[in-house]
Design a binder for this molecule. Structure first.
Ligand SMILES: O=P(O)(O)OC[C@H]1O[C@H](OP(=O)(O)OP(=O)(O)O)[C@H](O)[C@@H]1O
Length: 277
């Protein structure tokens, strides 16, 4: 195992390959892998990719391993960057998810494992892709909440996923919702909650990514307008680019994993991928 984020050990800390990585003075990444391991065995690289720089480090690491004679290289990248850019909404935009996938495919890896991908596009584009669902994460979240909750997903596209979670949990009730976007700008314009009255029921919103949080604030308001009780939020990949000041006002507790970063904040519970896997 070669963990490119030394503090991120989702697959455990056994059989770690030692290396040194650093930036040259001009900012170019470099890695030196210790030859103190059996190169005839498969190697798994784990890394959090949030940018092209992280992807670049993976590329040079794979190259170094291949030059050392390693034949089977597996990659574990829990969050797949640009996964939301899986369609061109306005002419002139790139299909970024394919750009990342093409680069990864060019490394000819034995497998690429992704946790809770945003849509079916990511695994469809990646060669030898394995996916890990959010089921175990949500099970642990509900155990921590310790009470009955209705499951909510923000949009129609994610409904199939939330019904699978419900099935895994033995039939937890799902409240269907949909979101609408302005056709011209692509901006969120509102939510519909398909329930007449939630009658004080506690609700857990489940989604893959929280970025600025506008989706969840808008949905929380729509749920409160239908008399929801306590609101909880479970996010597989916590970007939280706007922090928790506003978001935190709407939720009893926010749950996330460490797929993107470590979060230490009042009102946020992080369940590590090591615990989930
Ligand atoms: O925290 P926020 O900034 O509000 O973003 C979070 C939302 O963005 C993603 O969906 P997206 O709207 O991209 O999904 P789509 O593919 O259905 O358009 C994600 O699945 C969340 O629902």
């Amino acid at each position: 195992m070669l963990n490119l984020n030394p503090s991120f050990t989702p697959l455990g800390e056994n059989n770690l390959i030692e290396y040194k990585s650093f930036l040259f003075a001009g900012g170019e990444p470099h890695i030196k892998i210790s030859n103190n391991f059996d190169a005839s065995l498969p190697v798994t690289i784990t890394h959090r990719i949030n940018s092209f720089n992280d992807l670049g480090l993976i590329c040079i690491t794979v190259d170094a391993l291949k030059r050392m004679g390693v034949k089977e290289i597996n990659l574990f990248i829990p969050y797949f960057p640009a996964a939301r850019q899986d369609r061109v909404m306005i002419p002139g935009e790139p299909l970024s998810v394919k750009v990342y996938a093409d680069i990864i495919n060019a490394m000819a890896l034995a497998s690429v494992t992704v946790f809770d991908p945003h849509s079916e596009v990511t695994p469809a584009l990646l060669n030898n892709c394995l996916t890990i669902s959010n089921h175990e994460f949500i099970k642990q979240v509900i155990a921590k909440i310790g009470a009955d909750v209705k499951l909510i997903s923000p949009d129609g596209g994610a409904l199939k996923k939330i019904y699978k979670v419900s099935e895994f949990l033995g039939g937890a009730e799902v409240v269907e919702c949909s979101k609408s976007r302005d056709v011209k700008t692509g901006k969120l314009s509102g939510f519909k909650v398909y329930s007449d009255d939630l009658a004080g029921a506690d609700c857990l919103i489940v989604d893959d990514i929280c970025d600025g949080g506008g989706t969840f604030i808008g949905l929380a308001e729509a749920l409160k307008a239908k008399n929801a009780g306590k609101l909880y939020l479970a996010i597989s990949h916590g970007i939280f680019s706007k922090g928790f000041d506003e978001l935190g006002k709407y939720f009893e507790q926010i749950f996330t994993t460490d797929s993107i970063k470590e979060v230490d904040h009042v009102g946020v519970t992080q369940i590590t991928l090591a615990e989930i896997l």
